[in-house]
Design a protein around this ligand. Structure first.
Ligand SMILES: [Zn+2]
Length: 490
């Protein structure tokens, strides 16, 4: 703890007037707090996007009390713990707005020569059908550990086959998230394994919402409505899922417009392109989050803007599965029209990583090249997509996504005393273009210290790795697929 400040402490703790307190003849009370993160550079992502050098963030319980210059904060608050954050970067916890649990168990099993729809059919057809609830829990814990250790505090999970087991099984890691049930009722463009009829999708999704409507693990995990989308849902499933999300006050999350084949198939079936189709059904809205969205026409971007629908961009998957991002992506046009675009790390067998700082890097640099315009995107654009825009896409912008008084204390601290941060003229450029998630040192979620000095405090990392290696070996044997590779492994 740093020492008493300007006579505030004495008044607060009733030691009688001494020092400045007595001289000034007034008794300002230092407010009590739990933690002051002190002396670092603070990227706030607040309304004016302040970046505060020699700054501080103070919180009590789950709530941020103040963000400002170190001197001001330390004068106003007396904390149980003050952490010296010189040479550290303090910023909002990152929001990974697209993440899958079950794919983790087949990381490295998808042949590299399968992209787009063929990749999806391979992994879902051959492997996903073999998954157990335990696979989903441990696959979930692994990807959550990976994304947590690289700075993510909140995630939007895209749908589990065993959602009750998954939400309860991963809750012990202590992260914030929205989770749902994987559902689809059409086999267009893909496999039909694990497909359900429309009534089953709706009934089971609603049962999950009912059970977890008030959240799990103290409200940190909540239920949302997930459908696969991407040509694999009937109109009725789209319309009723959106209504269900409205009724339960949550978001409706689906994949859309990832590949050209989906556009072609949707036009053949409905006469509309994918976004036009959802617009025609009245499904686009502020509580709708659409994942991938590579293939969008101008008029569809207008529809998104008008409806306030959210777009979740997953650059690492789009590149690896050849979604044609480099030639077709319209994210700069979406930004220009005010569409909220966030970013996600997606799954371990198509991305194949969950480090959101690496995802930010891609989201920032790709448009510069595909628009041949260095001014089309900035490091700041990527930071917004990974923080406040992700919070908006999850309906949580009032709670998280920036460091501001009154929001939840979801805070990450990065170590800038590392070669890739030197020299450090611009913390923002170094974060997005030079660093990766290994710089993340400390993580608070809802005011709770979840990682300290890169050690995760809530779960036993070794236990989870060992268990996941064991389960994945058994899954490999059950699935009967081979391990792809071009070189002999001896
Ligand atoms: Zn996905």
């Amino acid at each position: 703890m740093r020492g008493p400040v300007n006579g505030l402490v004495c008044a607060r703790f009733g030691d009688g007037p001494t020092g400045d307190c007595g001289q000034q003849g007034e008794r300002k009370l230092a407010e009590r707090a739990d933690v002051i993160l002190s002396g670092g550079t603070v990227i706030t992502v607040d309304e004016t996007r302040r970046v505060i050098r020699d700054g501080a963030v103070v919180f009590r319980g789950s709530d941020i009390l103040a963000v400002g210059k170190r001197e001001d904060v330390e004068q106003r608050y007396e904390a149980v713990e003050t952490r010296d954050c010189r040479h550290k970067l303090i910023m909002p916890g990152l929001v990974n707005s697209h993440l899958h649990f079950y794919h983790t168990m087949h990381r490295g099993l998808a042949p590299e020569d399968l992209g787009g729809v063929l990749w999806s059919n391979y992994v879902h057809g051959n492997i996903a059908t073999q998954l157990t609830p335990e696979d989903e829990i441990y696959g979930g814990l692994i990807i959550l550990l990976e994304t947590l250790k690289s700075g993510t505090t909140t995630y939007l999970e895209a749908g589990s086959y065993n959602p009750a087991a998954a939400i309860e099984g991963v809750s012990r890691i202590g992260m914030r998230g929205l989770m749902g049930r994987r559902s689809f009722d059409q086999s267009i463009l893909g496999h039909s394994m694990l497909m359900e009829d429309t009534d089953t999708c709706l009934r089971e999704n609603e049962a999950f919402l009912k059970t977890y409507r008030n959240g799990y693990n103290g409200g940190l995990l909540k239920a949302c409505v997930d459908v696969v989308g991407q040509g694999r849902c009937s109109d009725r499933l789209y319309v009723e899922s959106k209504k269900m999300a409205d009724d339960y006050g949550t978001i409706f999350n689906l994949h859309l417009a990832a590949v050209q084949e989906e556009v072609t198939a949707t036009r053949a079936r409905t006469g509309y392109r994918p976004v036009e189709h959802l617009d025609s059904l009245g499904v686009l809205d502020t509580n709708v989050s659409l994942v991938h969205m590579i293939h969008c026409a101008d008029r569809e971007i207008d529809m998104l803007a008008r409806a306030g629908a959210n777009v979740i961009h997953c650059p690492s998957t789009a590149l690896k599965l050849n979604y044609e991002l480099s030639s077709k992506a319209r994210f700069p046009e979406m930004w220009a029209r005010g569409v909220n675009v966030s970013i996600g790390g997606d799954a371990s067998d198509c991305s194949n990583f969950a480090d959101m700082i690496r995802v930010m890097y891609l989201a920032a640099v790709l448009p510069k090249d595909y628009r041949n315009d260095p001014a089309i995107s900035y490091a700041e654009t990527a930071i917004e997509m990974a923080t406040i825009n992700g919070a908006k896409a999850m309906g949580m912008a009032d709670e998280i996504g920036s460091l501001e008084a009154g929001k939840r204390a979801d805070i990450i601290v990065l170590d800038m005393w590392r070669p890739e941060w030197v020299p450090n003229y611009s913390e923002i450029q170094n974060l997005v273009y030079s660093a990766d998630g290994a710089s993340v040192e400390t993580v608070y979620i809802n005011g709770r210290l979840v990682m300290d000095g890169r050690k995760v405090l809530t779960v036993d990392e070794n236990e989870i790795i060992e268990k996941c290696l064991d389960l994945s070996q058994r899954l490999l044997e059950r699935s009967g697929v081979g391990v792809p590779g071009r070189w002999p492994v001896i």
